[in-house]
Design a binder for this molecule. Structure first.
Ligand code: PEP
Length: 261
């Protein structure tokens, strides 16, 4: 799953959803995916974990990948009230999980060490970590974005190690672009993705680094998705707000699927 040769579209529902609305969303999503089944894309959505069972209990998910938005930093069962470990996610057909989203870093003080620990637990269960990195407005304005993101990736990669990192996906998500309607300039996306690719090439071998999908996230919509996925070294997108409703997510998928790269 998540082969680099296809355009990867991953939704992040954040704290949205309801049992009733999810049914309607899923019907529309599966029917849209059937209509555009010839498109060169892969689609997944990171849903709130409480809905994983509702989705995974269906037998008709086809090529759609179910994902989580977070996982516990502890792998063993135990006294961690409110937490969900990777083994539990696996039971509900969870194929990937976001780690290190900027909202988790901000509200839950998640550090690069915690992000790497979570990624390691996911990998031990065969779940793909979708590792988010990205600078804030200040760092961008101070011309420190590349340095900041490089440090994040270096630290996370060294804690995960060169073998396991090959099974991860990365998303470059400038914090100021998330939910703001401000998309990063194409030149900035290109620059950062090249930096990420170059770093991975130096960390593992060139071919393996080339196979790691690099996504962009931050105010992606059906209107801007095509130019973003056509940017060099961009293998797909992580979509927040526009993934919550099929009105926008359906159009986005249709646009991507017509874009055979
Ligand atoms: C996100 O939540 O990861 C995200 C990129 O959100 P949005 O698309 O709404 O900016």
């Amino acid at each position: 799953m998540f082969q680099k040769k296809k355009t990867i579209v991953i939704g992040n529902w954040k704290m949205h959803g309801s049992v009733q609305n999810n049914e309607v969303f899923l019907e529309e999503l599966l029917s849209t995916m059937e209509d555009i089944s010839s498109g060169d894309y892969e689609c997944g959505i990171a849903i709130p974990s409480i809905y994983l069972f509702q989705f995974s209990s269906r037998s008709d998910l086809g090529s759609f990948h179910l994902g989580a938005q977070n996982v516990a930093q502890w792998s063993d069962f135990g006294a961690y009230t409110g937490e969900i470990n990777a083994k539990m996610l696996l039971e509900f057909d969870c194929k990937f999980s976001i780690v290190g989203h900027s909202e988790r870093r901000k509200y839950f003080e998640e550090t690069n060490e915690i992000v790497a620990t979570k990624a390691n637990h996911l990998l031990d269960c065969g779940i793909v970590p979708l590792v988010c990195v990205g600078e804030d407005q200040q760092e961008r304005e101070n011309d420190a974005a590349v340095e900041f993101v490089t440090q994040q990736v270096e630290q996370i990669c060294s804690l995960i190690g060169p073998e396991k990192i090959k099974k991860c996906i990365f998303a470059y998500e400038p914090i100021w672009a998330i939910g703001s309607g401000k998309v990063a300039a194409e030149s900035d996306i290109k620059e950062m993705h090249e930096v990420l690719r170059n770093f991975l090439e130096s960390f593992i071998d060139e071919n393996a680094a080339h196979d790691i999908p690099l996504l962009y996230g931050g105010s992606v919509s059906d209107k801007n998705v095509i130019s973003i996925v056509q940017t060099e070294n961009v293998d797909g997108v992580l979509v927040g707000g526009a993934s919550v409703s099929m009105e926008t997510f359906g159009k986005l998928l249709q646009n991507v699927s017509g874009n055979h790269q």
